[in-house]
Design a protein around this ligand. Sequence first.
Ligand SMILES: [Zn+2]
Length: 299
Amino acid sequence: MERRRFLKQATLTAAVMAFIKGEVFSAPANRRDFNFKEIRNGVGYFTEQGGTIAWLNAKTGYAVVDSQFPNTAVNLIQELKNLGDKPIKYLLNTHHHGDHTGGNIAFKGIVEHIVAHQNALVNHKLAAEKANNVDKQLFATTTFGKGWRAPLGDERIEAYYYGSGHTNGDVVYHFQNANIAHMGDLMFNRRFPFIDKENGAHIGNWITILDTVVKQFDGDTIFIFGHAKDPQQITGNKADILAFRNYLDSLLIFVQKEITAGKPLSEILKATTIPGAPEWTGDGIQRSLNAAYTELTAR
Ligand SMILES: [Zn+2]
């Protein structure tokens, strides 16, 4: 509580934010530097380090979407315990990346089901074998192809798979009654995305996914984003999704134009912004440019 009040009162200039971030990384393990917040109807989010977590507090138990890292997942679990002594029924992974599944292990012995797309489980196992840390993982116990659903208390959870986007195993989880959808890393809000070509990412289909999402959900839906430049904008609406769609579209148009003009990749990588999408900033524009170049030259 103390910390949250401080965060609110602080002048959120870039300098102050940089200072706070630095402090987070050097903070002792028991220091509470997270944000645990209800959005509506018992569904909320948790941010500390890595991909945004969503949680559901239902009458009969809890559901959690993504798990960040072991040392941050324990803070989330403690906050849920503070809400009442109920079972954690589901841990739902949006995709396999370590900042979304690394904390799965903190749920060992206390979660009933771990759910992920079948491709995400394959990617998760391969990545763990590659990094030689299989013993630090907790893998999905339930996988699916097209979709998955389950009731929990008065809420209904639906999972949707739309094909390759950020990886080939990204899922959107929708809490129907609360009308809140966790987009995972299919949404990077105003921040250059990671586009994981090694794990089947596809920018062209990612654009189609965002079109589908905008058609499928309504104007009241609140979306939770995997990552955002501004920590205050970790949730948003369809306008944010369309803005990211425009970023990906502008990225492909820009890189295609450069390729057509005969520029080598080394020249294309010198770009510092994507024309038509100036709101997207931060580190790692090269990851976007590289991925677009790979995709466009493979055609
Ligand atoms: Zn990711």
